[in-house]
Design a protein around this ligand. Sequence first.
Ligand SMILES: [Zn+2]
Ligand SMILES: [Zn+2]
Length: 107
Amino acid sequence: MKAAVFHKIGDIRVDNVEDPRIEQSEDIIVKVTSTAICGSDLHIYDGFFLQLKDQVMGHEFMGIVEEKGPGLSKLKRGDRVVPFPIACGHCYFCNPDLPVHCENCEL
Ligand SMILES: [Zn+2]
Ligand SMILES: [Zn+2]
């Protein structure tokens, strides 16, 4: 699939990347229908947030569930979702409802 990939300060390109796959039982794969640039994307682009390795950009989006892991019972294929923030739902920060600080999220 194609994705906007950060390479270094001031250098974001549309690259071919590996298709996503279900790796953990609570993962979903979403077909993106709308997305936007976030302020944190701009901070990575301009170097304010240090990013040392290539990273697929664009964490603020909505779309349709295409696949889901076996650990999810409330979602089904075809559901419309806004999966922000991306969080594990069961770590030190997720448990007290602070999912934006999830220690298992890799944005
Ligand atoms: Zn954001
Ligand atoms: Zn978490």
